[in-house]
Design a protein around this ligand. Structure first.
Ligand code: FMN
Length: 210
């Protein structure tokens, strides 16, 4: 399938076949692609939390307004914003950049100073909002990567972040949940897979300004 066919094949799956699980090699390939997602400055201010444990998935249903595809799923993935974006975090990013590019941290000094100055002037809420946007971008990449691996998914914004954080102890990891995806293999009885896609035409969605 080409990318257009892949994008038409995917849909927000409401019911997964519980007899089929996504194997770890497939999931790892999907997560590796997700990790290539673009982020602001390249800072990757989020983490991807993978939940496979059935008890935990069952607990998450109530925190997802009763959406049962969370427990039917093979895995639940939580895109969570990091709450530890501080000078140390930026320092580590600068070291990683220097290492990856066989360069010297000294050469990145002004970039680092710009980042530290910019982030030290932001409130926690501003940093959370910024990090959340990066997490959403990762979700988009993730959904496409799943479809490319013939894995079904449902993006989930209908959940209570504070409850997810509590159930998964996310504050212990300096994380706050942003957005969720349930993945697995579509159940043949999930009627949504047979529905035609609803999309406005490109003409309605695109505006050219000369
Ligand atoms: C950020 C986001 C949050 C969503 N939250 C939910 C959700 O909580 N439950 C659900 O069933 N679908 C959810 N969806 C799926 C959308 O309803 C679905 O993508 C949209 O109707 C288009 O349909 P399609 O993805 O099947 O093409 C969400 C989608 C996005 C992008």
């Amino acid at each position: 399938m080409n990318l257009k066919e892949i994008m038409n094949w995917r849909y927000a799956a409401k019911q997964f076949d519980t007899s089929k699980k996504v194997d770890s090699e497939t999931l790892n390939r999907i997560l590796e692609i997700t990790n290539l997602s673009a982020t602001s400055y390249g800072l990757q201010p989020y983490m991807t939390v993978v939940v496979k444990n059935q008890d935990l998935k069952d607990k998450l249903v109530a925190a997802s307004y009763g959406q049962t595809n969370v427990s039917d799923s093979s895995h639940v993935i939580i895109f969570a914003a990091r709450t530890d974006i501080d000078e140390k975090f930026i320092d580590n990013f600068i070291k990683l950049t220097a290492e990856a590019r066989n360069s010297d941290v000294e050469k990145l000094k002004s970039f680092k100073e710009m980042l530290v100055k910019s982030f030290s002037s932001k409130t926690d809420d501003e940093i959370y909002n910024w990090a959340s946007k990066q997490a959403y971008l990762a979700l988009g990449t993730f959904l496409i990567a799943c479809a490319d691996e013939d894995v079904d998914s449902c993006p989930i914004g209908g959940f209570v972040p504070e409850e997810y954080d509590k159930i998964l102890n996310l504050p212990d990891y300096n994380l706050r949940s942003v957005v969720v995806a349930a993945i697995g293999y579509r159940h043949k009885d999930d009627k949504y897979q047979y529905y035609k896609k609803v999309r406005k035409s490109s003409e309605e969605m695109i505006i050219e300004i000369d």
